[in-house]
Design a protein around this ligand. Structure first.
Ligand SMILES: *Cc1c(COP(=O)(O)O)cnc(C)c1O
Length: 428
C-alpha cells in the first residue's frame, strides 16, 4: 500500500511505515491517492466476518507487506458486530461488544497486533493522553503485547470510575498515570515527549491515536459486516449515520464506499458543530469546544477531516452528497426517551444523535443503519437518569470494577514523566 502525506505529496510511505510514524511532516496525515474497488462485493458479503475482513484488508494493504495480516485479523476481530432492529427500517450497528464496550476496540486491537508484527526487534512505548474511551481500548488492546510498553495519562478524578478501572487495573506492560491537573496538561506532556527527539528514540515512542491509518483500516470492515446482515434486496439502498468526533469512523465508512459498498452517509454531530456549519456556509470556523452528554464527540477541530475531503475529491464526489446535522443535549434526551417508549431500544447519547439524524434524513425505500459506538452501560449515570431504568454492566466489567487501581500519580511536569518512563522500562 502506498500512502502520501496530504500536506506534501513527496513524502510517500508504505503501510508499515505509516503505522510506525503515525503522522508525517508538518503534521500531515498519511492517505492513499487512489483506492481500487473490489469487484466481487456480493461474494464478499456472503462470507463470515473474519474471512471477509482478511480479504478487504489484504486488498487495501496489498500482497507485499504484512504476511501476518490474516492471523492478526482472526485474533483481533474476536467479537461480534450485530445489527439490531431499533425502529421501522432502522438498525443499530452495535460496535460495543468488545472488551471495553466501545467501537474503539476494533481499531486498537488491530493496531496493537500490527505494531507487534512490524516492530521487529525494536522496543516500543505507546504514550497517550486520554479523557476516557481511547485509553481504555488502547490499554486492553496492548495488554501483554510483547516488546511494547504503554503509558496512559489522564487527569486525576476527571474520568469515570469504569474508564479508570479499565485503564488502571491491568498492570504488567500497561502503566496508568493520574496527573494532578486537567486533560490539556496531560496532552501537553505527550506533545513535549514527542518533541524530545532523544527520548523519542530511546523509548521508541508511538501515540496509537485515531490518526493512525491502521485504526481506520480496521474500521472499514464493520461497514461490510453491517450490510452483510441485511436481506439481499435491502443491500443496495443503505444509509449509514455516524456519530462524529474526530471523523475517523466516517472516514472508514467512506473507504468502504470507495471499495464498492453501496451506501450514503449522514454526518451526525452534537453542539460541537464545526462541520455541519461548514457544510452549510462553506466557512470553516471552529468554535470553542463545549461539554455535552455525548462527550466523545466534544471536538471542534476534527483531525481526520482532511482525509474526508481528500476522499471526496479523489472519488469525484461532492460534499453536497452528505446529509448532516447537529443536536442539543435536550433533544438528545428527548430522542432517547421517545425511542425507548416506542420500541424499547436503549440508546446512549452518541447513538441517540446518530439515530435521530438518520430518522430525519431517511427516504422512502432506504434502509438506515446508525453506529452504536458505545454500550449504554458506559454512560450508565446519564442513561439511567434519562430513561428511568437501571442499565446492567456486563459481567466481565463488573469484575473489573471490583479490582484495585494500580495507577501512579504525578504532577504535570515533563521531567518527572520522563524519569518515570525511563526507570519503569529499565532504561535508566
Ligand atoms: C470516539 C467516539 C466517537 C467519535 O468517533 P470518531 O472516529 O472520532 O469520529 C463517537 N462515539 C463514541 C462513543 C466514541 O468513543
Amino acid at each position: 500500500m502506498e500512502l502520501f502525506n496530504l500536506k506534501d505529496h513527496n513524502e510517500q510511505v508504505s503501510f508499515s511505515q505509516a503505522v510506525l510514524k503515525g503522522i508525517g511532516k508538518d503534521q500531515g496525515l498519511f492517505f492513499p491517492d487512489h483506492i481500487t474497488p473490489i469487484d466481487n462485493i456480493d461474494e464478499l458479503l456472503d462470507m463470515p466476518l473474519v474471512e471477509r475482513s482478511q480479504k478487504v484488508l489484504r486488498h487495501l494493504i496489498g500482497n507485499d507487506e504484512l504476511p501476518e495480516l490474516e492471523t492478526i485479523v482472526a485474533d483481533a476481530f474476536s467479537f461480534k458486530a450485530p445489527i439490531v432492529k431499533a425502529d421501522e427500517n432502522i438498525y443499530a450497528l452495535e460496535l460495543f461488544h468488545g472488551p471495553t464496550l466501545a467501537f474503539k476496540d476494533f481499531g486498537a486491537r488491530f493496531m496493537a497486533r500490527v505494531l507487534g508484527a512490524i516492530r521487529q526487534d525494536n522496543h516500543l512505548t505507546i504514550l497517550t493522553a486520554t479523557s476516557g474511551d481511547t485509553g481504555a481500548a488502547v490499554a486492553a488492546a496492548f495488554y501483554e503485547q510483547k516488546g511494547i510498553d504503554v503509558v496512559i495519562l489522564y487527569p486525576k478524578g476527571k474520568i469515570s470510575e469504569l474508564q479508570e478501572k479499565l485503564i488502571a487495573t491491568l498492570g504488567k506492560n500497561i502503566r496508568a498515570v493520574t496527573v494532578n491537573g486537567i486533560f490539556d496538561e496531560c496532552q501537553d506532556l505527550v506533545k513535549t515527549a514527542f518533541d524530545d527527539q532523544e527520548f523519542k528514540k530511546t523509548v521508541g515512542l508511538n501515540s496509537a491515536n485515531s490518526i493512525n491509518i491502521s485504526r481506520l483500516l480496521a474500521q472499514v470492515c464493520y461497514y461490510f459486516e453491517a450490510v452483510s446482515q441485511l436481506p439481499k434486496e435491502k443491500r443496495d439502498s443503505v444509509v449509514f449515520s455516524v456519530p462524529c468526533g474526530n471523523f475517523g469512523n466516517i472516514t472508514a465508512g467512506l473507504i468502504a464506499k470507495s471499495l464498492g459498498l453501496k451506501c450514503r452517509f449522514v454526518i451526525s454531530c452534537n453542539a460541537n458543530d464545526t462541520i455541519p456549519r461548514y457544510l452549510t456556509t462553506g466557512n470553516y470556523e471552529p468554535h470553542k469546544t463545549v461539554a455535552t452528554l455525548s462527550n466523545a464527540m466534544d471536538i471542534s477541530r476534527p483531525n481526520n477531516w482532511p482525509r474526508v475531503e481528500a476522499l471526496v475529491k479523489m472519488q469525484g464526489w461532492s460534499l453536497k452528497d452528505f446529509d448532516f446535522g447537529s443536536m442539543s443535549d435536550a433533544d438528545t434526551e428527548k430522542t432517547m426517551q421517545a425511542l425507548y417508549k416506542k420500541t424499547g431500544y436503549v440508546l446512549e447519547p452518541h447513538a441517540a444523535i446518530a439515530y435521530q439524524l438518520l430518522s430525519d434524513n431517511l427516504k422512502e425505500g432506504e434502509t438506515g443503519i446508525f453506529l452504536g459506538t458505545a454500550h449504554p452501560a458506559k454512560f450508565k449515570a446519564d442513561v439511567d437518569r434519562i430513561l428511568g431504568i437501571d442499565v446492567a454492566l456486563p459481567k466481565a466489567l463488573q469484575d473489573t470494577v471490583a479490582l484495585e487501581s494500580k495507577a501512579h500519580n504525578m504532577d504535570p511536569d515533563y521531567n518527572t514523566l520522563k524519569d518515570y518512563v525511563l526507570t519503569e522500562e529499565g532504561l535508566k
